[in-house]
Design a protein around this ligand. Sequence first.
Ligand code: FES
Ligand code: FES
Length: 185
Amino acid sequence: MSNHHIKVGINGKKYESVVNSRMHLADYLREDLNLTGTHLGCEHGVCGACTILLDGKPVRSCTMLAVQADGHNITTVEGLSCKNAQTGKTELSNVQKAFWECHGLQCGFCTPGMLLTAQSLLNENPDPHEKDIRESLSGNICRCTGYVQIIESVKLAAKLNRNEQKNMDQDTSTEETKELVKRGV
Ligand code: FES
Ligand code: FES
């Protein structure tokens, strides 16, 4: 068995590691990097608990080798929250806030995979129909919630994202107006 030197971007940080050719990506994240937010359920590509984003697309980290991630960018659940530029405090992302608000989790085992799949859907489709949400989450199994709250959570996350975007657009147009007024246009 051979070892490989890999370089991977994870949650905005660069990592360089030596990994065994047989090591799965999920084990690399959990055991070598201590990013234990990525959960392992079935370990053969069925339940979706181990979903991460690879270059923005959801993939099962239990069926991918760590060496295949060389040169790619990964987002795990630990990378979803972000620092508020004004307060400097770490805040939950909209999709995380929405799962909290709508009770989209019970035991939480499936939640990291659900969050990342939902995030990827919303990146591509900011206003998904319920059938798009159901289709997108169809590969993520939850044994607790019955999915109703999960679907509601994704709908709320989409709404929060859209409101945020609207506020940002308004701020930009206010700034632009101020600039034009300043220049006497
Ligand atoms: S643990 Fe990877 S799909 Fe179930
Ligand atoms: S919240 Fe328990 S498996 Fe989904």
